[in-house]
Design a protein around this ligand. Structure first.
Ligand code: HH2
Length: 279
């Protein structure tokens, strides 16, 4: 006997490409154009559905960079990837002028970790660009967000924030069907006291009715749960979080280890399909 509804498709896999000198997990590795392009090719070959390209680290204490520096790092890379692949390209930037330049070069998604709060122009630019738009929750600012994050009810506060930011974007003219929501794992959150309830409560964000993006890959809560394992040794935990996200119905997972995540999600989806078939 079959259960009532077939399992949902597996989440899309967004591969992380950091053209930054100081990202927490892979800073400096792909800063040069050739190294970044080679890594993009690896992510695509590994089965990525989306590439998320960033040129400014948001790690706690990272140094801000100018729009000109971001544009100089991003645009040649986006153009080169677009010239050889039809993959969806997302740009991870807080700056509307950088998002605008990225869309002109071939990106179609703006991943804004400030949820359009960085500049008074952000919302109008997002509406004008007509691109997909990720609105992420962050308490505080990258420089200081991990100093003393505080919530009375972290899941309720993140849900309320995301619902309000989505409404604000719609009022500014962003099409509702372009909006994605993201709980912002690690952004102004205690490694375990805040990130774990959010991972356990993802269904409440999914229930808002927008596609949800989950970025848990190699983040510090994994080290906190595994004897301080450093960012290069968090693959198992990253996959566990991606599978939990899939089970909660997220639409995409943002990961460093694309090939391994695609495989894990494919196996999980196949088992769920089999369970449905045999009832
Ligand atoms: N996490 C990071 C950066 N951007 N964007 C979204 N939407 N969600 C996330 O969870 C998220 C994000 C941090 O990870 P990483 O890009 O590896 O590091 P850094 O910010 O240091 O470049």
């Amino acid at each position: 006997m079959r259960s009532s509804s077939p399992p949902a498709a597996r989440p899309l896999v967004m591969g992380i490409l950091n053209a930054t000198p100081d990202s927490f997990a892979d800073g400096g590795r792909y800063l040069g154009f050739e190294a970044a392009l080679a890594h993009a090719r690896r992510l695509i070959a590994g089965g990525a559905d989306i590439l998320d390209i960033g040129a400014e680290s948001t790690r706690p204490g990272a140094r801000p960079v100018s729009a000109a520096v971001e544009i100089g790092r991003l645009i040649p890379l986006i153009e080169a990837i677009r010239a050889e692949s039809a993959i969806t390209i997302s740009v991870d930037t807080m700056k509307p002028q950088v998002a605008r330049a990225a869309m002109a070069a071939g990106a179609t998604m703006w991943n804004d970790v400030t949820a359009l709060r960085q500049s008074p122009e952000s919302a109008a630019v997002a509406a004008e660009l007509g691109c997909d738009l990720v609105l992420m929750h962050m308490q505080g600012e990258p420089g200081t967000m991990q100093v003393a994050p505080h919530y009375d009810d972290v899941v309720a506060e993140v849900v309320d924030f995301l619902a309000a930011r989505a409404e604000r974007a719609v009022q500014a003219g962003v099409a509702r069907e372009r909006i994605w929501l993201d709980p912002g794992i690690g952004f102004g959150k205690h490694p375990t006291r805040h990130n774990l309830p959010l991972l356990a409560g993802l269904g409440r964000i999914v229930a808002l009715g927008f596609p949800v993006l989950l970025g848990a890959s190699r983040k510090s809560f994994i080290g906190a749960l595994d004897d301080g394992a450093d960012a290069d040794h968090r693959l198992g935990g990253s996959i566990a979080a991606a599978l939990a996200g899939a089970a909660a119905g997220v639409a995409a997972v943002r990961v460093h280890d694309v090939r391994e995540t695609v495989q894990a999600l494919a196996v999980q989806a196949a088992i769920l399909r089999e369970s449905y078939e045999i009832g």
